[in-house]
Design a protein around this ligand. Structure first.
Ligand code: C5P
Length: 228
């Protein structure tokens, strides 16, 4: 079954904590990203005392530095941690070796391939020809071979990645919009049911939940769709 992850995207720790209290009963994980982490640091993550936590820090640096960053967050016991596949195989292997020092409590490492904000033209401007699907698949294979457990991908890539990579990689999918909710800055969206049917393991939902009049009810409704 596809699980629900709520994105607690705020720099305000009290707001994030209030959301966490409302949403934890409906979600498999709560996601804290760069906005929250840079404003509140490790102490902020400890304040959100619900577990499991997904730390979406999208690490991308030289292998030694990324390995150090992974070790630095292990005391926070994240269940999932993101890094950019474009950092290369050596960076991902170094991250995996660092994560492995936590033994069975290690976070799953999820690789971001091509940001969903990048279209073919933007990619081309960075020197990548051939379009995003080819680049997504290339980076996905590289990341999994180097030790990543799964991928963060667009709902529109899930079916292609499942067909190419099989059932093993954990596929985590943002850009989800329940029927009738505003797309915001997400350009290619899917409903929870569509993304689940395409083969997603986890859906990441932010604003459709956090801007709802009753965030707990909004999360509960999505969880009910996924459980049906
Ligand atoms: O508010 P919304 O549902 O668009 O939030 C989506 C969440 O997923 C945000 O926390 C965003 O940072 C994250 N994300 C994304 N696209 C990616 C990777 C992560 O929207 N490619």
């Amino acid at each position: 079954m596809t699980g629900l992850i709520a994105a607690l995207d705020s720099a305000d720790p009290q707001k994030a904590l209030a959301w966490a209290n409302q949403l934890a009963p409906h979600c498999g994980l709560l996601k804290l990203g760069l906005e929250f982490y840079l404003a509140n640091g490790a102490a902020g993550v400890r304040l959100i005392d619900h577990r499991p936590i997904f730390l979406d820090l999208k690490l991308h640096d030289i292998p030694n530095t990324v390995a150090g960053a992974v070790r630095a967050v292990l005391p926070l016991a994240p269940a999932m941690l993101t890094l950019h596949a474009a950092g290369g195989g050596a960076m991902i292997s170094a991250a995996r070796a660092a994560a492995d020092t936590a033994g069975s409590a290690r976070p799953l490492l999820l690789a971001v391939t091509v940001l969903t904000s990048m279209d073919a033209e933007t990619l081309h401007a960075t020197g990548i020809a051939g379009g995003s699907r080819q680049q997504v698949l290339r980076l996905a294979r590289l990341a999994l071979e180097a030790g990543a457990d799964g991928l963060v991908c667009s709902a529109h890539e899930v079916a292609m990645l499942r067909a190419a990579l099989g059932p093993a990689p954990v596929l985590v999918v943002p850009g989800i919009r329940p029927d009738g909710s505003a797309a915001g800055d997400q350009s290619r969206v899917m409903t929870p049911r569509e993304a689940s049917q395409a083969g997603a393991d986890w859906l990441v939902v932010g604003r459709p939940i956090t801007t709802a009049a009753d965030p707990g009810a909004a999360a509960g409704a999505i969880a009910a769709v996924l459980a049906a």
